[in-house]
Ligand binder design. Structure first.
Ligand code: G3H
Length: 478
């Protein structure tokens, strides 16, 4: 609808210079909904679901697939505009912004294929002890989807799409950074789905989300963000037992580089793992344990590789280091570096930790100790703590003590030694990467974590299960 209320100005992390000096670029504005308006959107979602009797939850799977295919077609027409917003709003390079868009389209197509398979399985009848049973997948109700700024389109869609195709209705709250890129998609949502099925709400999260949770009408909270937010929101729901949570939260993924590792490969993968999109990924490598005998050699090559990275504005071809997305983030990263240096670490790479506008030049810190903040805190940015170890028990003890348990990378060339390490590692995290960086994809693989890192599993097929409930239709054979 035409908006005449207050708006939030969006400034890009990308700065441009005019006669008065560098300034963040103005990207656009979004409406700031009031609490009452957010609740109106919730009522629309509740009415469209109508206790499972609404148009959307009662459509056949193939009808829902038709809607989704029409939506994807329209979404692809908007690619250029969405990609540009993504680049301007979060400072992601043009190439990575395009990748994020294409990966999202691929994710939708894979979801539709998985849905067809699931539907085939759900249509089967099985006979057990004289009872004929059909196990179906039924929707859960109203899903609140909130995604992160680092993948504002792709990760949000990894909850939105499965929630929708399983017959739920949705409230979608775009992230603060990455809100405007939804503007070109609003018409596609409106044309693609019946009224009330997708409701996009804009506004300050701390104002518009609590009343939705407190209403008790949200059946699934799908949040990719911080555990602090997730815990606060869960507590607001009046009947927590009726709330399902699908959460992708923090991580502090370590890499373990063994002394027989292929150093070139380990350095290449660790640089990508630590610094892709400036380390602003939950899956980024956030602490490197290097076996003492090779620490100097690793450090020298790693620092040289970091120094060679190209930096610049996100639209420049081949650029690697771009501005960090969040306001105030360069200050936080600077504090982590100062704290480490004050407690005995050195910055290994020249210019590491220097700041220019919203650029933060990656800082490689060595040797890092448990008395430094960066040892524990999830930096979510281009600061790389490295420490030597003598015994493999040391990085494993780190993982045991950590509040997080998402992934680990291990680099080495002795298959027997790596095989022996897999069991202790899979008991700490949900993905062990051998001779490669940590990452979420391919999206058909399960994506989750232990401890404070996740709740529920997201992948193309797991997500279909997470956003639905198994329901048995049973008849006694007569
Ligand atoms: O921020 C967390 C994302 O799930 C990371 O995804 O490994 O594909 O970059 P990615």
């Amino acid at each position: 609808r035409i908006w005449d209320g207050p708006r939030q100005e969006v400034l890009s992390p990308v700065q441009v210079a005019d006669d008065t000096g560098p300034k963040p670029l103005f990207v656009g504005e979004y409406p700031l909904l009031t609490e009452a308006e957010a609740l109106e959107a919730l009522d629309a979602a509740v009415a469209a679901y109508d206790h499972g009797r609404g148009v959307w939850p009662t459509l056949s799977v193939s009808e829902r697939i038709d809607h989704m295919e029409r939506f994807v077609f329209r979404m692809i027409e908007e690619k250029d505009r969405v990609v540009r917003f993504l680049m301007w709003e979060v400072g992601k390079s043009l190439r990575d912004s395009e990748k994020e868009f294409d990966r999202t389209v691929q994710y939708i197509n894979d979801t539709l294929s998985a849905l067809k398979d699931l539907d085939r399985i759900s249509s089967r009848f099985t006979m057990e002890e004289g009872i004929i049973g059909q196990i179906r997948r039924a929707p859960m109700g109203v899903v609140l989807c909130m995604g992160p700024f680092n993948y504002p389109l792709n990760e949000t869609f990894t909850t939105l799409i499965p929630a929708l195709v399983m017959g739920n209705t949705v409230i979608l709250k775009p992230p603060k950074h990455g809100a405007l890129l939804y503007a070109p998609l609003l018409a596609a949502f409106r044309e693609g789905f019946p009224k009330g099925v997708i409701n996009v709400i804009y506004g300050e999260g701390r104002k518009v989300i609590p009343p939705l949770m407190a209403s008790g009408k949200i059946n699934v909270l799908a949040l990719i963000g911080s555990s602090k937010t997730a815990n606060a929101l869960k507590k607001l729901h009046p009947s927590p037992n009726r709330l399902r949570c699908v959460l992708g939260l923090e991580a502090k993924n370590p890499a373990i580089v063994l002394k027989d590792a292929d150093l070139d490969l380990a350095v290449k993968e660790c640089v990508l793992g630590c610094l892709s999109f400036n380390g602003q990924r939950c899956t980024a490598l956030k602490i490197l344990f290097v076996e003492a005998g090779i620490a100097d050699a690793f450090l020298e090559r790693f620092a040289a590789a970091v120094t060679a990275l190209s930096f610049g504005m996100p639209w420049i071809e081949g650029v690697f280091v771009t501005p960090v997305a969040e306001k105030g983030k360069t200050d936080y990263l600077g504090e982590l570096v100062s704290d480490a240096v004050a407690n005995g670490a050195r910055i290994v790479n020249p210019a590491g930790g220097s700041v220019c506008g919203s650029f933060f030049f990656p800082a490689v810190l060595y040797p890092v100790h448990p008395n430094m903040r960066v040892y524990y805190e999830e930096q979510f940015g281009p600061v790389i703590p490295i420490l030597p170890f003598d015994k493999i028990d040391e990085p494993i003890a780190y993982m045991i003590q950590s509040s997080y348990g998402q992934q680990v990378s291990i680099f080495g060339s002795d298959p027997d030694q790596i095989a022996r390490l897999i069991d202790p590692l899979v008991n700490q995290v949900c993905r062990v990467n051998i001779n490669s960086q940590c990452q979420r994809g391919p999206d058909t693989f399960p994506f989750t974590g232990r401890k404070d890192s996740a709740e529920g599993t997201l992948s193309v097929s797991d997500a279909l299960r997470v956003f639905s409930i198994r329901t048995l239709v049973a008849a006694k054979q007569t």
